[in-house]
Design a protein around this ligand. Sequence first.
Ligand SMILES: Cc1cc2nc3c(=O)[nH]c(=O)nc-3n(C[C@H](O)[C@H](O)[C@H](O)COP(=O)(O)O)c2cc1C
Length: 355
Amino acid sequence: MSQLEKRKAEHVRIVAEDPSMDRRKFYFDDIRLTHRALPEIDFKGIDPSIEFMGKKLSFPFLISSMTGGGDKLLKKINTHLAEAAEAEGIAMGVGSQRIFFTEPTSKSSFDLRSVAPTALLFSNLGAVQLNEDMTLQHAKAVVDILNADALCIHLNPLQEAIQPEGDTDFSNLCTRAQRERPPEGGAVTEGSGNKIGEIVQGLEVPVIVKEVGAGISVPDAELLIKAGVQTIDVAGAGGTSWSRIEAARCGDPALGECFQDWGIPTPEVLKSLAPLDVTLIASGGIRTGIDMAKAMILGASLCGMARPFLTPAMESTDAVRKVIQRIKREFVITMFLLGARTVDDLKGHEELILK
Ligand SMILES: Cc1cc2nc3c(=O)[nH]c(=O)nc-3n(C[C@H](O)[C@H](O)[C@H](O)COP(=O)(O)O)c2cc1C
C-alpha cells in the first residue's frame, strides 16, 4: 500500500473511530427562525426539489467529498454513497483523486457511473498539488474517469501545515488573477501564478472551489471569482476538524488542539459571501435539515455533509439512504414550519430569521 493510500485509510479510521474529530460546534443553533403557527400551506404540497448544474435534485443536498482508493473499504464506501445518491436523487463528491495516478487499483472506486448513471457527481483534486505533480491533463483525467458533472478543487492549508508530510507551497494558485486578469478569451500562460484559473479555463465542466473545514474568506472568494470560479463550497468551521485528524496521525494532539477552532464558522462565511456574485454551497458542521434551511436562508444553493455519512457508508447503501431520508424529512418539516412551499421561498429570505 502506497503512503497516499495508507493516509486515506488512516483518515477514514480516525474519523470513524473518534467522535471528537467532529468539533460539534453547532454554530447554526445561534440562528433562530420565525415559527409560523399559521404556515398557510399544505404540507403535502411542499416541493423541496431544485435544479443544480443542470440536474434535478430531490432536495438541495450533497454528500461532500471524502474518499476513494484501492483499499477494499474505501471502494465500498464510495459505492454505497454513489448508490444512495442515485436512489435518493442527490449530489455526491468523491475524495481526492490524486491517488488514481499512483494506485491503478483505485480506479474502480472512482468509476461510479455504473451504479450512479444520473446522479450529480463531483470529482476532486487538491489545489496545492497543482504546485507538485498535478496539471490540467490530470484534472481532465479525473473528471473523465468519474464522468463527473464538475471538479472540486480543495484548499486545505491548515491540514497540510499540520500533516508531517504535508505539501505546503500554496503560492501562485490564484495571485495573478488579482493583479491581471487575462482579457476575455485570452490564454493564461503556463506558470502564470493563476493555476486555479488555468484549470477553470481548460476544463469542459465547471470548477467548484472548496475548503475542508476552515471556511473561505471574502478576499479569497474575490480572488477565486476573478479567476473565473462560479461556485464556492464554503466548508467552514464547526464540524470535522482536520487539525485534530492530522495531529492524531502524527501523535501530537496538543498541536491539533491549538488549531482545532481555527477558521470561520460556516454561518459567518455564508453571511459574508452572500452579497458576492457566486453560487454558494454550504458545508462544514451542517448536521440537520434545520441547519440546511438556515444555510439556504443565508444564501446557499446546496448544502453538504461529510462526517455524518462515513459510518453508514461503511455499513451499507441502505444505511446511507436512511440518513438522507431523515435529513430530507427534517428539511421539509422546517420548510412547512416557515410557510415555505418551495426552496425559492427559503433562499436568501433573511426575513425568516427571528430578529
Ligand atoms: C473522512 C473524510 C475525508 C475527507 N476527504 C476529503 C477530500 O479528499 N477532499 C476534500 O475536498 N474534502 C475532504 N473532506 C472534507 C469534507 O468534504 C468537508 O469539506 C468537511 O469534512 C466538512 O464537512 P463536515 O463537517 O460535514 O464533515 C473529507 C472529510 C472527511 C470526514
